[in-house]
Structure formats: C-alpha cells, structure tokens
Design a protein around this ligand. Structure first.
Ligand SMILES: Cc1cc2nc3c(=O)[nH]c(=O)nc-3n(C[C@H](O)[C@H](O)[C@H](O)COP(=O)(O)OP(=O)(O)OC[C@H]3O[C@@H](n4cnc5c(N)ncnc54)[C@H](O)[C@@H]3O)c2cc1C
Length: 287
C-alpha cells in the first residue's frame, strides 16, 4: 500500500531537482514515467517521503547529434527513442531494444533514465547502450560528472536510487552507414515479456566488408550486461564470424552464471539469439 503523506515536487531546473534531493537526506526519489517506481511503492519496497518529478525537465528530453556524439536525455520515453531517425542511424541496437520493450503503454511512459537507474538484469536498454559504448552524464551537488555506463552500473545502489540525477547518455556518432546493429530478446510469449536472455550486436564499419569493431553484449545472464570477448574480425566471412560469436557467447554465459538452475537453458538459448542477431545485421540491422 502507498502511504498517504508523500510530498510531490516538480522542479523547473536540474539545480532545483538536485537541491530537493539533497535536502531530503535519502528520503527523496526521482520520478520519471513511474512504471517501476509506482509498483515498488505498492509493494512497499520503495518508501519515499518526497517524489521529485523530473519527467518534464527540458534538459532531460534532448535528442540531438552534436560534436561527434548522439545525446539522449534521460527522460526520453522508449516510444520516442524507437521512432527517432537519429537513433536508428547512430544507435540502431538501442532503437531495436526500445521497440521491444513492454507494451505500447509502457513504451509511452517508461524512460531510458528509469531503466538505467533501476538497473535490472533484464533491463532491455542496458545491453544495447553498453554495445554502443555509451557514457552517462549525471548531476549531483558537486556538479556534472561523466562516466562509462558500464562503470556506473557496477556501482551499488539502493533499489533505483543512485544518489545522483541521470541527465543524459551520449553515444559516439559515426557517420551514417558505418554502424549497424540490432537487439534480440527471448522472453515469454506475450507483449509484456521480461527478457529471459537478450543480445545486442553492434558492428562498426561495413557489415560484410571491412569490419572494424564488433560489440556483442548479453542481457539477463548476470547482474550487469555481459560483454562477450570476441576475436578480432579477420576477413569478411560473416557466417564463420557469427558461428564463432555464438560459441564464445555460450562460454561467456557458462562463466557468468555457473551452477544456476537456468544456466544449461541459457547456454543453449544464447547461441540461437546470437545467430539471429547476426542474421538481422546481415539483412540491414536495426529491429
Ligand atoms: C508491464 C511492464 C512491462 C515491462 N516491460 C519491460 C521490458 O520489456 N523491458 C524492460 O527493460 N523493462 C520493462 N519494464 C520495466 C520499466 O518499464 C522500465 O524499467 C522503465 O524504463 C522505467 O522507467 P520509468 O521512467 O518508468 O522509471 P520510474 O518508475 O519513474 O523510476 C524507476 C527508478 O529510476 C529512478 N529514476 C528515474 N529517472 C531517473 C533519473 N533521471 N535520474 C536518476 N534516477 C532516476 C527512480 O528514482 C526510480 O528509482 C516493464 C514494466 C512493466 C510495469
């Protein structure tokens, strides 16, 4: 049950939001789409005294390419991300992941910042963002800070409360056509499937020509997105590369969740998921 006396504030600026958070001494929580937080409050696992609504902060809604980066504000909804031509061009695996999240209602409300702060192993945007080498910009009492998303996710948090406001994410923006990518998720057979296992694949350079860098990142096989260490692409035999990646993914899963009851299933399933991701990229990438 949600307690009755909760203060709701909607600051106009990042500075004001950070200040209210600071003054609440650990009792305040940022609120964006509410798709995770409201459920947690109903369950009693989150008990904030102050809800700081950041969904309409202007700076948290940016979506632009500037100075070699694609900037994505934390309060962008997944439907906005999925429908953006800029995201499809510069961060195709993220566009595909956003399209795969929940139902149309969840995509309309749920935000990327909320997905990151919650940091669930099954959070679909996370493997895609890591595969795109995303960096995260946060705001706190000491000002702004930038770190790699991987190191941010590695830090401990109390639920989704990470003690800082997530302002935006930035992804290196290669000139058009030089990055291909996709996201494949195996979930339950309905529209609200939470990932049992997922894979984000990003190929920089030409998909079947001179491949410069390949990133394969798995979701739901450990606490954090799992980068599969791949061999350097040599030559342009796409089928051989896909088969080798599937084997390496199986080994990575075995190492990541040894002894878990789901390990044998996930070790088998990951191979199919990875092969499907390579097939989608061969056919142009994205969703
Ligand atoms: C039916 C259903 C289906 C779902 N399906 C999927 C799915 O398929 N894939 C998937 O990945 N997720 C899924 N989710 C989970 C959820 O929708 C996502 O995690 C969503 O991205 C959370 O964003 P939000 O804006 O709703 O966050 P909120 O619920 O508003 O907040 C979640 C947490 O993030 C913190 N937070 C929010 N914004 C910020 C910020 N800018 N800075 C710092 N902290 C912040 C909040 O304080 C809170 O702790 C599903 C949820 C439901 C209810």
């Amino acid at each position: 049950m949600i307690p009755e006396a909760i203060r709701y504030v909607r600051p106009d600026t990042i500075e004001a939001a950070v200040e209210v958070f600071e003054q609440s001494r650990g009792k305040g929580t940022f609120l964006a789409g509410g798709t995770d937080l409201v459920l947690e409050m109903k369950r009693g696992s989150a008990k904030p005294d102050v809800l700081i609504d950041v969904a309409r902060l202007r700076e948290l809604s940016v979506l632009e390419e500037k100075n070699g980066y694609l900037y994505l504000g934390a309060a962008l909804s997944f439907s906005r991300i999925a429908s953006s031509a800029l995201v499809r061009r510069f961060a195709p695996a993220l566009a595909a992941a956003a399209e795969d999240i929940g139902s149309p209602q969840i995509r309309a409300r749920g935000t990327m910042g909320g997905n990151i702060a919650t940091g669930s192993p099954a959070g679909d945007s996370l493997p895609a963002l890591v595969a795109h080498d995303a960096e995260i910009v946060t705001e706190g009492v000491n000002g702004a800070a930038i770190s790699s998303l991987e190191s941010f996710l590695g830090k401990k948090s109390a639920g989704g409360n990470r003690g800082v406001l997530i302002r935006e994410v930035r992804i290196p923006a290669l000139p058009g056509g030089q990055v291909k990518g996709t996201f494949v998720k195996l979930g339950r057979r309905n529209a609200l499937a939470i990932a049992r296992i997922s894979a984000a694949l990003v190929i920089k350079g030409e998909a079947e020509g001179a491949m410069k860098k390949i990133s394969l990142v798995l979701g739901a096989v450990g606490r954090q997105p799992l980068r599969v260490p791949l061999l350097e692409p040599s030559g342009s035999d796409f089928n051989a590369l896909a088969a080798a990646a599937a084997e390496l993914a199986e080994q990575a899963v075995a190492k990541s969740i040894p002894g878990r009851p789901t390990a044998p299933y996930k070790m088998r399933a990951v191979k199919g998921v990875v092969l499907e991701a390579f097939e989608r990229v061969r056919n142009g990438g994205y969703g």
